[in-house]
Design a protein around this ligand. Structure first.
Ligand code: ADP
Ligand code: ZN
Ligand code: ZN
Length: 802
């Protein structure tokens, strides 16, 4: 008797286990671990993952599985065991973890089709179903008597494959095109007939006289600095026409990447790569921390290590933070490995993501470059995993399953006995501490490959600016330097270390701040709609004319959003061309790249933006980087605030003077004496590390202890406090004496969407049973969390403390 153990798609703690099913005759040889199946569950039919195929069960009267969804497993046996481990580590549900490992397509609705890859070899029974076609809907197979086992064999041999076609809800995209209807000489004639005042219409005609090709309306309007109305007038006169044209999905064209070849490594690079190459050759697992300043050639090390792996017939995963996954970055990998690279990032549509995943699953590529979830790429012969910018907190997923990609990478590295490379100019304290203890192998690159020194950093004390009567956001020194760059046609990057929408409204008479009625947070002022919005729950209201609290009319806007900085910049430097990059200007797909391309083409002098501009950018003409508010992050209620500030400042500094032109960095701050600012401006990583470690030790924070954060929420504040208190008491009772249990403490944002939020923080050094204990404690509240309004979330090794 064949029995399959299945994890079913019912996301509930009580169901978080395998269920046994029998297998009907015709599927006996077909089922394999990692396949998805449809099974009866109570009165319903639901999907699930086979995690084990066996021939015994401790239960009688098993129900049979209904059907198989895949003929090739979508999870490898390694990924199944990784999934189990990860669910336990993160206290997540098995089903949630398995789903997180797969592309979204498997959660969407899709059609299956069977694709014929070859004409020969196919058994006649199968070939006849295809007849002349190369693709058939899978349903046709289901209606025949063909055995799944035979089809499965053909798939294994590479004669057939099953394709999943997403039922796309994506609407087609269009662009608006303008095109002349008359030849040039007639346009010229028409131009003579125009009224003298119709200057704008004449501009348009002149454009088409010189360039008769159709042009996108947006581009034309921008180029001619005109508006839509002269175009409409010309349409009415029958001289031009405006129409919509479909924009096709732009598949990545491998030919557009010119081939690059391995560079001769510098001494530092050679010293760094040698131990990695040894581990690759000897199939040994170790974690290598490559600590190299920006521009020291870490990426070239990755590329050459991957080359070794690929030459050995093995596979490589490269993780890059989402916002660094720019075309520039992709180009470096495609340039070296061409079609052998799949790219996985969130800007792809569900269908595109599946296309890339399938290329990995089908073993068509050996290299994948992607954001966090690419760490689950279903390779079976992994030879290396690389995590670039390893200190980035985006490697931690902030929803279930709350995993850290670094932990997953190390698990997989051990499983495949291959090296894991962590690279950074500013390693996380956790990783650097492990390297100090020789649990990781450390390689250091101190020099830039072009022998350029790191840019000179100057800090400006903004308190003194204020004393000197300068009330703007720009110090005199920064402004002078911007002017001199503008004169030389060099470019400038300005970083506002803060989000674009942080402007809030405050009454100058009584200090009243307009807050969201549902969340404990100030409402954000949105200028273009003139409304106040809550960015947690979406609540909005009109900007009040008078203070709701004291009726004063002294309502003012505070905070420095990027919009406001841009306005001030325009006033101070009317001649400068500025590109603003923040959440508002990059919301649309591809907007991020378009803005950067414009900056690269020197269509602007200044790139002004939030954190997102700090990384991965490489512009040869940028010689000045200004940080407007270096301390913004220092005041966050987060023990990593100093570390994050140090990392960000170091990273932006790396943006200047990457090429021939020397660079300079100006950091504006209200606390120039703070060690993270002082040490970042002098590039003293080691000193920062020692200083910060001492503080972490004193206050008992990672890497000296481990953390677990429990957040309890409920609409009733008393209820939340009571529940958290009970949890704290239970945890304290069953943990060691030296383990610290803090709480109940209100979360930094105490109310979101009308739910009160309280925390319990556990600081521990050694608690082997902590996860089991937490599970048991949460189980005590099972009734209220399933049927009531209570919510308890657990985050092991949290990065977000809000
Ligand atoms: P990192 O990833 O450490 O910031 P990169 O790998 O981007 O550094 O290297 C910085 C620049 O130096 C790149 O333009 C790269 O092509 C170049 N480079 C890297 N290694 C070498 C080398 N061995 N010889 C010459 N140029 C190199
Ligand atoms: Zn007031
Ligand atoms: Zn709100």
């Amino acid at each position: 008797m064949t029995v399959v153990k299945v994890i079913v798609d019912v996301p509930a703690n009580a169901i978080n286990q395998t269920f046994d099913y029998s297998v009907p005759e015709h599927l006996q040889d077909v089922v394999k671990p990692g396949m998805r199946v449809i099974v009866p569950f109570g009165p319903r039919k639901i999907s699930g993952f086979i995690v084990k195929v066996t021939n015994e069960s401790e239960f009688d009267n098993l129900k049979p599985i209904q059907e198989v969804l895949d003929l090739t497993p979508v999870l490898t046996t390694e990924l199944i065991s990784l999934g189990k481990w990860l669910a336990e580590q993160t206290l997540s549900l098995y089903i949630t973890v398995f789903q997180a490992m797969l592309p979204q397509v498997f959660k969407a609705t899709y059609n299956k089709e069977l694709v014929k890859l070859t004409d020969s070899h196919l058994p006649p029974s199968i070939a006849s179903v295809f007849a002349e076609r190369s693709v058939i809907p899978f349903e046709e197979i289901e209606q025949t008597q063909l055995s799944y086992r035979d089809i499965q064999k053909c798939i294994q041999e590479g004669y057939l494959y099953v394709n999943y076609v997403v039922k796309s809800r994506v609407t087609k995209k269009y662009k608006t095109i303008v095109k002349p209807l008359k030849p040039s000489h007639l346009l010229e004639e028409a131009g003579l007939d125009l009224a003298a005042s119709a200057r704008k219409q004449r501009d348009v005609l002149n454009h088409f006289i010189q360039n008769p090709e159709p042009i996108e309306q947006k581009v034309l309007i921008e180029q001619l600095k005109t508006t839509i109305s002269p175009l409409k007038a010309l349409v009415d006169k029958g001289l031009i026409t405006i129409y919509r044209q479909e924009v096709y999905r732009n598949p990545v064209n491998d030919d557009q990447y010119s081939r690059t070849f391995p560079l001769i490594l510098t001494d530092e690079q050679r010293k760094a790569i040698e131990p990695i190459q040894t581990d690759i050759a000897e199939h040994k697992h170790a974690v290598h921390l490559v600590h190299g300043v920006t521009g020291s050639g870490k990426t070239e090390i990755y590329l050459q290590a991957i080359q070794d792996v690929v030459d050995n017939g093995k596979e490589a995963i490269v993780l890059v933070p989402e916002i660094s996954l720019t075309p520039q970055m992709v180009k470096r990998f495609k340039g070296r490995f061409g079609k052998n690279v799949a790219v996985l990032h969130s800007a792809l549509s569900v269908g595109e993501k599946y296309d890339e995943w399938r290329r990995i699953h089908q073993k068509e590529v050996q290299v994948v470059v992607g954001a966090r979830s690419a760490v689950f790429a279903p390779f079976e012969r992994l030879g290396i995993i690389i995590i670039d910018e390893e200190h980035e907190t985006t490697y931690k997923q902030e929803e279930q399953p709350r995993y850290h990609a670094r932990d997953v990478a190390i698990y997989r590295g051990q499983y495949h006995q291959c090296p894991v490379i962590l690279g950074s100019a500013t390693p996380s304290l956790e990783s650097y501490a492990r390297a100090q203890k020789e649990r990781y192998k450390l390689a250091v690159l101190k020099k830039r490959t072009n022998e350029q020194s790191m840019p000179q950093v100057t800090t400006v004390d903004m308190r003194q600016e204020l004393h000197a009567g300068n009330r703007t956001m720009f110090s005199r020194m920064l402004l002078d330097n911007i002017h001199s760059r503008l004169d030389k046609n060099e470019q400038i990057v300005l970083l506002l270390n803060r989000r674009g929408y942080s402007t809030f409204v405050m009454c100058r008479d009584c200090g009243h701040v307009n807050e969201c009625p549902h969340c404990d947070i100030a409402l954000t002022f949105h200028k273009h709609t003139n409304r106040l919005k809550c960015h947690y729950c979406g609540y909005e209201e009109a900007v009040p004319v008078t203070c709701p609290s004291c009726d004063s009319d002294m309502i003012r806007y505070f905070g420095t959003g990027t919009q406001k900085v841009e306005e001030e910049l325009v006033k101070l430097l009317p001649e400068a061309r500025i590109i603003r990059m923040d959440v508002d200007t990059t919301r649309r797909k591809g907007a991020h790249e378009r803005l950067l391309e414009r900056f690269a083409r020197k269509e602007a002098d200044i790139l002004l933006g939030t954190q997102m501009i700090a990384k991965g950018l490489d512009f040869e003409n940028v010689t000045l980087v200004g940080v407007l508010t270096a301390d913004a992050m220092l005041n966050l209620p987060d023990f990593r605030a100093s570390e994050k500030t140090f990392q960000l400042l170091t990273q932006v500094s790396g943006r200047a003077g990457r090429h021939e032109l020397p660079g300079e960095v100006i950091i504006q701050t209200y606390t120039p004496e703070h060690y993270s600012i002082e040490l970042a401006s002098t590039y003293q990583f080691e000193a920062f590390y020692n200083r910060e470690m001492a503080i972490r030790k004193t206050f008992q924070y990672p890497p000296f202890v481990f953390l677990a954060l429990l957040t309890v929420s409920h609409p009733d504040q008393i209820k939340v406090i009571q529940t958290t208190q009970q949890i704290v008491a239970l945890l304290a009772k069953y943990t060691r004496e030296e383990t610290v249990i803090l709480g109940p403490t209100p979360s930094p944002i105490t109310r979101i969407k009308n739910r009160f939020r309280y925390q319990c923080m556990i600081k521990y050094k050694h608690e082997p049973n902590l996860k089991t204990l937490i599970r048991k404690v949460i189980q005590q509240f099972e009734r209220e969390t399933t049927n009531g309004e209570l919510m308890i979330t657990v985050d092991m090794q949290p990065y977000q403390l809000m």
